[in-house]
Design a protein around this ligand. Structure first.
Ligand code: GTR
Length: 420
């Protein structure tokens, strides 16, 4: 009995200790200390015009918001490269004990005599109809997604001591990618290692896909950061997916966790070929309202990860109210497509309530276009998906992706598009 009583205490202790170690303890986790703030209105353009019609939204306000996020937060990415080649270098119609069709595609992008490649891994359900797919970046290489010896191991930089992926990493992220269960629901899974697109360290925006489009000197202050690079890579993956007749090009959904959840939102904002967008625990620079300064702040993220954003974003360190955008406007850029925001109860660093509020304050854009968004002031009960075209779910537990999260993603997709 005594041991049982000690378990919750130990868990709280471990959580608190890891926050202290990461320097996260100095930040605000007290709702009563959230400062008063005024959010910029999604339906009032920079010159004060009230946006009152769908046409004004699409012609005026949406492009304006994209430009503001490019200029002040993520940076401006180039258009499609001059050329792209798709080499399906591996294919198996009875992968995962016959449950899946596996495809591996080397995508090579060419620009001004330079080229850069990444591998796309695809598992499709056994079906003769074009299937809907979830596309998401992974953190450690495609080989981490399943313990499947056929998956080519990434040769790109990874976040370990010697920066090289090994055989041991096969399947190490499998709990985040429950492929078989997703296939059972009728959805395919497509994934790319984020570091294959752009390595996750600060190198002055020179490596990865940035190398295809060199900027001279220090580059403009709105040059594309790594999140914009990853989002651009996701769009290049969509270029391929829409050319593959095994896939339903109208049902390509983007999903991402944490830094890759921030990326999923930005990718969905700028590329409307994504039919549905999911951010999991995306936090600061993702779905969380920056002006709340709850958990991770703009200054802290710009200090730890200066390469994720553009240099203009530094102006908003301890100065969030001066930024012409906040993250509810990012969510509004998905309108009227379905967008799902997922939080974890113990992930206070990512500010679950701030993530929910971004959905709430994006809702006027959805309503203007004739759809329901998310209308509430308090967090819902755990494990109860709320909202309509803007969905929100908070589950117990920590910063992670689990099978139960994927069940919510599939439920949300089923609800909006019908079961595949
Ligand atoms: C943290 C960072 C978060 C989140 C996370 C992740 O260290 O502070 O914004 O992105 O990393 O991506 O795992």
């Amino acid at each position: 009995m005594r041991t049982l009583l000690l378990i919750p205490f130990c868990l709280v202790y471990v959580a608190a200790w890891s926050q202290i170690v990461n320097g996260q303890d100095e930040f605000n986790y007290d709702e009563a200390k959230v400062p008063e703030y005024l959010l910029p209105n999604v339906l009032t353009s920079q010159d004060g015009t009230n946006i009152t019609s769908a046409e004004q939204w699409h012609q005026l306000r949406r492009p304006e918001l994209v430009r503001l996020f490019q200029e002040h937060v993520y940076g401006v990415a180039p258009g499609r490269p001059q050329n792209a080649q798709y080499d399906v270098f591996e294919s198996d119609n009875s992968a995962l004990d016959g449950k899946a069709r596996r495809r591996q595609v080397k995508v090579t992008l060419q620009q001004d005599g330079k080229q850069h490649s990444f591998d796309l891994l695809l598992y499709l359900p056994q079906s003769d109809k074009p299937c809907p797919v979830f596309l998401g970046l992974n953190f450690g290489g495609n080989q981490t997604v399943q313990d499947d010896p056929a998956i080519r191991i990434t040769e790109a930089w990874i976040r370990t001591d010697d920066h090289r992926a090994t055989e041991d990493s096969r399947g190490s992220a499998a709990s985040r990618w429950p492929v078989e269960q997703i296939l059972t629901r009728g959805y395919g899974v497509a994934t790319v290692y984020c570091g294959d697109i752009d390595p996750d360290f600060d190198d002055g925006f020179e490596n990865g896909v940035h190398s295809l489009f060199p900027v001279s000197g220090e580059g403009p202050a709105d040059a594309w950061g790594t999140i914009a690079g990853w989002a651009w890579g996701l769009s290049r993956a969509v270029d391929y997916l829409t050319s593959n007749t095994e896939i339903n090009a109208d049902r390509i959904m983007v999903m991402g966790h944490s830094r890759l959840g921030k990326t999923a939102l930005w990718a969905g904002a700028i590329d409307q070929r994504f039919a549905l967008v999911i951010s999991n625990n995306s936090g600061c620079g993702g779905a969380a309202i920056s002006r709340r300064r709850f958990g991770e702040t703009v200054k802290r993220i710009n200090t730890s990860f200066p390469h994720w954003f553009n240099d203009n974003y530094l102006q908003y360190n301890d100065n969030e109210d001066a930024c012409p955008v906040d993250q509810h406007m990012l969510v509004a850029l998905m309108a009227p497509r379905p967008v799902l925001i997922c939080s974890a109860q113990e992930d206070r660093w990512a500010d679950p309530k701030g993530e929910m509020l971004a959905g709430v304050h994006a809702t006027p854009a959805y309503e203007l276009l004739g759809f329901e968004g998310l209308d509430r002031t308090e967090l819902p009960e755990l494990n109860s998906l709320v909202g309509d075209r803007i969905g929100y779910n908070i589950r117990p537990g920590k910063h992670d992706v689990m099978l139960s999260d994927w069940e919510v993603y599939c439920d949300f997709a089923d609800k909006h598009f019908g079961k595949p």
